[in-house]
Design a protein around this ligand. Sequence first.
Ligand code: AMP
Ligand code: ZN
Length: 113
Amino acid sequence: MANDCLFCKIARGDIPAKKLYEDDEVVAFWDIAPQAPRHFLVIPRKHLAGPAAVTAADQSLIGKVLRVGAELAAKEGAASFRMVTNEGAEAGQTVFHFHLHVLGGRAMAWPPG
Ligand code: AMP
Ligand code: ZN
């Protein structure tokens, strides 16, 4: 847990978010600036700065983040979806707490910008 981290605050409930799911390890909430008709984030409660901070000790937790994201996409009616996680400012990371973007509900282009 990092005191000054936005997503730690959301996980703790200190800052409100529209949550789809939470348990003792992960939290999912709708993105405040959606880039698709369905766009939510799945985070571990544990503060990890991003994918480069994931160690062997975290790999089952991050696997769970992915599994929960896929299950919630199906629940939200998105049979096709894209999952993205950004590492570093150049890749577009703005919040330095690991998060999986799950985007669905529209056709996606490739390669991403
Ligand atoms: P990234 O640019 O990959 O670090 O993604 C950060 C995401 O967090 C962006 O899509 C933002 O729209 C989203 N975001 C920032 N603040 C909030 C918030 N308070 N509640 C929900 N999503 C947020
Ligand atoms: Zn954090």
